[in-house]
Structure formats: structure tokens, C-alpha cells
Ligand binder design. Structure first.
Ligand code: FES
Ligand code: FES
Length: 167
């Protein structure tokens, strides 16, 4: 089938079997290799993307389900112009990014959370990334990075709240 989707804000059309995994369409013909395959069976979250704003495991989504929908991958998280987003910078600064397998999915899951909730609690952050496995960090640094990003984004939206992140 000719699959038409909006990917990271750009209209794309690609030939793909209807039952091809979205993960393979993204990494193959669309060349978006930031989305990673960990388990390939919906357990690890490494392949997380947003489908019409909702986090999904792209290894479990058939291409045919995505016709006409909007997909956002980790490549779409940056700020306009290509600079790293606040969330990406906090992952780097706080040691939340240690390997390239889990980090893309963590970022996408966190992005989905922060779009819905600008002031999440630690429990809400842990819930948001509950489907994303990391074998390295013990999660605390990832959680800290997401909370830090939320705080910075609030401050940027309301500068009177503080000065961090406005340099
Ligand atoms: S690769 Fe999709 S959930 Fe693990
Ligand atoms: S940092 Fe990637 S698995 Fe933990």
C-alpha cells in the first residue's frame, strides 16, 4: 500500500505492506533510525513514538493503522531550528542519557507527559515511563531529568518563577 502519514510535521508517502511494523517503516524507508528496537514484542519501550500524540510501541503497530495519522519520533523532539529542546538538554545535564537504546523511547514518553502535564509529580513521571526499560541508571537520573525539564519549561513560560534555563 501507499502509506501516507505526517512524520515529525512533514507529509510523507511511502510504499509499505499494510502489516509491516511501523518501527520498520520508520527505520527503513523513512530513514529515521533514532527509534530503536529492543525486544520487538512490546516489553521495553525502546521503540516508543507518538501516534496522534499518544505514546505507542511502534514494534506493535501495523503500518496500515497509521494511514493519515501524525507520527512523532525522537528526531522530532528538538526545538524549531534544530537546537536541542529543554528536555533533551536536561537528559544530558542530569545524566539521564546513558545509552542509545532506551533513551529515545524515554525522551518520547517524557515528551508526551510534559505536553499533557506541565507540573508532574515524581510518581506521575515514573508512571509515564513505566513502559520504558533501562538496565543502566536505576531510573532516578532519568526521573530527575524529566522533573528538571518540567521545571525549566515552567520557568521559561513564566519567567517570574525563576531564572534557571533562561541563560
Ligand atoms: S522494541 Fe518495541 S517495546 Fe521493545
Ligand atoms: S541507559 Fe539505556 S538501557 Fe539504560
Amino acid at each position: 500500500m501507499m502509506l501516507r502519514m505526517t512524520v515529525n510535521g512533514v507529509a510523507r508517502a511511502v510504499e509499505a505492506p499494510p502489516l509491516a511494523r511501523l518501527l520498520d517503516v520508520l527505520r527503513g524507508p523513512l530513514g529515521l533510525t533514532g527509534t530503536k528496537e529492543g525486544c520487538g514484542e512490546g516489553e521495553c519501550g525502546a521503540c516508543t513514538v507518538l501516534l496522534d500524540g499518544v505514546p505507542v510501541n511502534s514494534c506493535l503497530v501495523a503500518a496500515g493503522q497509521c494511514e493519515g495519522q501524525a507520527v512523532m519520533t525522537v528526531e522530532g523532539i528538538h526545538d524549531p531550528g534544530g537546537a536541542l529542546s529543554v528536555l533533551q538538554r536536561c537528559f544530558i545535564e542530569d545524566g539521564g542519557a546513558q545509552c542509545g537504546i532506551c533513551t529515545p523511547g524515554m525522551l518520547v514518553a517524557a515528551e508526551a507527559l510534559l505536553r499533557e502535564n506541565r507540573d508532574p509529580s515524581e510518581d506521575q513521571v515514573r508512571d509515564a515511563i513505566a513502559g520504558n526499560l533501562c538496565r543502566c541508571t536505576g531510573y532516578q537520573r532519568i526521573v530527575d531529568a524529566i522533573l528538571h525539564a518540567a521545571k525549566r519549561k515552567r520557568e521559561e513560560a513564566s519567567p517570574e518563577l525563576g531564572s534557571e534555563g533562561r541563560t
